[in-house]
Design a protein around this ligand. Structure first.
Ligand SMILES: C[S@@+](CC[C@H](N)C(=O)[O-])C[C@H]1O[C@@H](n2cnc3c(N)ncnc32)[C@H](O)[C@@H]1O
Length: 239
């Protein structure tokens, strides 16, 4: 009996990256900011969802790995590898941007610096590692609307993925504070993973509330506010 163990780690997309890939529309050039291993653009090229990819990273060593991965798939002629902080060094034309696996403040900074290079033809997919409020808020204040949103769970971690496009009519879409915190589409769809995530958070918040000494009123107030807001959303999701 011959057992073949395939090493999937170098090319296998996990649930998170696969969900992001599924949200990308067919397009010509996609920039993957902070590409690291380059797995996302390689997959999109292989599936012919995109024609060319610009893989960028702030560090050179991930890009070298991405290059090796692309070479294995004979995709070097369809990819550019550029060391760049966000879009700073990108002067070629592109249609799509993906920024995944970075912190929310880094993502907002990248978007702020990239704003001058962005226009109505661009779509942006973002997956932050630590919450999406600031990213949604930045998008909202800068003429973007949320076309799609997904929540996934990989290795017990919840991830939100947001697809933005530019709003043709700035006054048409209005987001409430709850939309920006929890995600307008996740709320509208009464997303089950969103519900699960909030329920887990509520357990932790209750624990914290019980442990805060009685004299720490400000801390109690902040945690209680969060608990109450979550409760309001859970009541809505449970309707
Ligand atoms: C955790 S990896 C995420 C890789 C891949 N995007 C994913 O979602 O699996 C983050 C990568 O972003 C790169 N990075 C961090 N800050 C960056 C920035 N300002 N511009 C471009 N790349 C950045 C890091 O060097 C690292 O390779």
């Amino acid at each position: 009996v011959i057992i073949v163990i395939k090493n999937r780690s170098s090319t296998h997309l996990g649930i998170r990256l696969k969900t992001i890939a599924d949200m990308v529309d067919e397009c010509e050039v996609l920039v993957d900011i902070g590409t690291d291993h380059g797995l996302l653009p390689i997959y999109l090229l292989e599936k012919k969802i995109i024609i060319k990819a610009i893989a960028t990273d702030i560090c050179i060593s991930p890009l070298e790995q991405a290059k090796k991965n692309a070479k294995k798939k004979s995709l070097l002629n369809k990819m550019d590898f550029i060391v760049s902080d966000g879009l700073n060094k990108i002067n070629k034309k592109f249609n799509y941007i993906v920024i995944a696996g970075l912190g929310t403040r880094t993502i907002v900074n990248i978007l702020k610096n990239a704003k001058i290079k962005l226009n109505k033809d661009h779509k942006i997919i973002v997956q932050s590692n630590n919450g999406c409020y600031l990213v949604r808020k930045w998008g909202y204040l800068n003429g973007l609307i949320i076309e799609d949103e997904k929540m996934i769970k990989e290795n017990k971690i919840y991830y939100e993925i947001i697809k933005f496009k530019f709003d043709d009519n700035k006054n048409k879409v209005l987001y409430s504070e709850n939309d920006l915190i929890f995600g307008p589409i996740l709320l509208k769809n009464k997303d089950l993973l969103l519900k699960e995530r909030i329920e887990k958070e509520q357990e932790k918040l209750l624990d914290i509330i019980k442990k805060i000494p009685k004299n720490k009123t400000l801390e109690t107030r902040n945690v209680t506010l969060k608990y109450d807001r979550n409760k309001e959303i859970l009541d809505y999701l449970n309707l």
